[in-house]
Design a protein around this ligand. Sequence first.
Ligand SMILES: Cc1cc2nc3c(=O)[nH]c(=O)nc-3n(C[C@H](O)[C@H](O)[C@H](O)COP(=O)(O)O)c2cc1C
Length: 220
Amino acid sequence: MFYKTDANNHGFPHDPFKAIVTPRPIGWIGSVDKDGVANLAPHSYFNAISDNPYFVIFGSITYKDTVRNIEETGDFTCSLVSEDLFDKMNSSSVPVDPKIDEFNLAGIKKEPGKLVKSSFVKGCTAALECKLWKTIDIPGSDRSKLTGNYSIIGEVIGIHINDEYIEDGMFNTKKVRPIARLGYMDYGVVGEENIFSKNRPKLGKDGKLESVKKWDGVYR
Ligand SMILES: Cc1cc2nc3c(=O)[nH]c(=O)nc-3n(C[C@H](O)[C@H](O)[C@H](O)COP(=O)(O)O)c2cc1C
């Protein structure tokens, strides 16, 4: 099948887009408003987009408290969501009045940022401290009507790693068990049972692809 998105005539009971572009990591975005009220909200339109310096992006569907806070105060945190924190993450997504602190609402302890005003989730496996670089209004956005989509791009200026998850100098994803957002109300867990390692091939002198047996730390 094929459908044009302007007509959105896929004919299904639910929009399949999010189930197609999957799995997505969840950036659990911590922010603070100009009066110091903390905010926490999960975003699965989220990913890392660059190295050296590191930048991350997330998308807000409509102009929500998170975006307004970040534009007001200039920073945010991304706590990464692991299996053990799933219920707390889910609880923090409930839409509430801007003056309600979702950390408190969902029973989540705050860890203050070292370089930013925003807090992050105490006990998470890792968290990023980010400085706002740019917000981009995606076509169709109209701030006065609180509609549309907003992309927030931040520079990662500090990284917290929970020491419990460091093993042999590496961040142990098998132990972390990150949550992946799928479509509809579905989620996945990345764990030992579905992680595999495979080196990228390299080009040999004869112009043919050569497999790399042992990883030498180079991303080819
Ligand atoms: C797993 C998950 C992922 C979500 N991803 C997004 C997202 O990418 N963008 C978005 O605008 N809302 C997303 N939401 C909904 C927001 O978390 C929710 O609207 C929240 O109340 C926004 O908080 P705020 O108004 O304090 O900014 C997601 C919710 C869940 C549970």
